[in-house]
Design a protein around this ligand. Structure first.
Ligand code: NAP
Ligand code: F7E
Length: 344
């Protein structure tokens, strides 16, 4: 029988790749979209036509109950969040509400629609499965390197704190109610669909603009930070694989290789035949109040139990993103989103 998936955050980077992947796998895919911005829904439809949309908001419990009740999904993927770390200091309240409490609201919607309570726990097999988009930002000021499923959390931003709340809430619903609820602790993953405020896309767009003579400089913050960067198209496959396990549990997903922002910049400029030193300007206002200095995954468990492997390397990813932005800005492909992110 056709499986039915409901995705929050379907208009975001991961939502579009996950929707594509699930459609390819034969799923009927539904997405929750907020009421205010039809351009985001239009972009989604341009990328993935075969999805059904339903209105809802992670701030609004009633809308989530209605969505789950109407769709009657087999699987719910909670990807919706305020996901840009610097914004979480400026808007910590709304970040806690959406990225943190939103997880609880989505789990409550499933619990209520499924008729699960403390005295009537879920029966594995027939129940709605739940995936939470947890993040390596929960490791923050890392206690060990690389980080695995047992590494303690030390979040460094309101975003990391909210994600930690969502992570523990997911675990708690699994333990309290016997629900099939899992978290993927995903390390940074990028693509040509990445929001223009995140550093990889900011760099690929900046390089394309400089190459095409549309700009001279690119303003950046901390070049020493190191991240484990992979390709979003690879990571959404791990989400589905986690939901197909007989017993629900959490997985770290990343490449196990880290690179600095400086290395990212060097690769991106050199791919376009440019020397970054003549163009990059360090802007202290872009340095964060509390930085996560390094993140590096230990994906052994995902590799062994899910059979998951990243396909696209960091170098291929950077080239893919620069080429996509060059094509977009020179009019050789249709626009994905706003090409200006200088002020983030
Ligand atoms: P993204 O591009 O920023 O997408 C975020 C999505 O959340 C958008 O579809 C947005 O919808 C939706 N959203 C925002 N506020 C909402 C609300 N109040 N109610 C319902 N939906 C709301 O993020 P992403 O990169 O695809 O990441 C997907 C998820 O994985 C996020 O939870 C993120 O925190 C997490 N994560 C990402 C990474 C990464 O490296 N990409 C790593 C670890 C974890 P609108 O279009 O309406 O704004
Ligand atoms: O920053 C440094 C910055 O904003 C990466 C989100 O998807 O991944 C993402 O969070 C690094 C940081 O991603 C600029 O200081 C330097 O050290 O691309 P980012 P992030 O903060 O790692 C995690 C796993 C998530 O869960 C999040 O949702 O790059 N950096 N200069 C800069 N970063 C930005 N954005 N802009 C700069 O100019």
């Amino acid at each position: 029988m056709t499986r039915r998936a409901l995705i929050s955050g379907i208009t975001g980077q991961d939502g579009t790749y996950l929707a594509e992947h699930l459609v390819e796998e034969g799923y009927e895919v539904w997405g929750i979209v907020r009421g205010h911005d039809d351009t985001r829904a239009a972009r989604l439809r341009h990328l993935v036509s075969d999805v059904r949309l339903i209105r809802g908001d992670l701030l609004d419990q009633t809308s989530l109950i209605s969505a789950v009740d109407q769709v009657q999904p087999d699987e719910v993927y909670n990807l919706g969040a305020i996901s840009f770390v610097p914004l979480s200091w400026q808007q910590s309240g709304i970040t806690s509400e959406v990225t943190g409490l939103g997880v609880m609201r989505m789990l409550e919607a499933i619990r209520i629609v499924s008729g699960i309570s403390a005295s009537r726990t879920a029966q594995l097999g027939s129940q709605i499965r739940f995936y939470q988009a947890s993040s390596s930002e929960m490791f923050g000021k890392v206690r060990e390197t690389p980080q695995n499923e047992q590494t303690p959390f030390h979040p460094r931003s309101p975003y990391g704190v909210a994600k930690s709340y969502g992570h523990y809430t997911t675990q708690n619903y699994r333990e309290s109610y016997g629900m099939y609820a899992v978290s993927g602790i995903l390390f940074n993953h990028e693509s040509p669909r990445r929001g223009p405020e995140f550093v990889t896309r900011k760099v690929s767009l900046g390089v394309a603009r400089i190459k095409l003579g549309l700009s001279e400089t690119l303003r950046l913050g901390n070049l020493d930070a190191r991240r484990d960067w992979g390709y979003a198209g690879d990571y959404v496959k791990a989400m589905r694989q986690m939901m197909a396990q007989p017993v629900p549990s959490d997985f770290v997903v990343g490449t196990g290789i880290m690179s600095s922002v400086r290395t990212l910049v060097e690769h991106a400029f050199s791919h376009a035949g440019l020397d970054w030193r003549g163009h990059v300007v360090i802007d202290p206002s872009l340095v964060r109040p509390a930085e996560v200095d390094l993140l590096c995954a230990d994906p052994k468990r995902a590799r062994a139990q899910l059979g998951w492997e990243p396909v696209v390397s960091f170098e291929e990813l950077v080239r893919m993103m620069v080429d996509a932005d060059l094509a977009q800005l020179s009019g050789r492909s249709s626009p994905i989103d706003s090409p200006v992110a200088e002020h983030f």
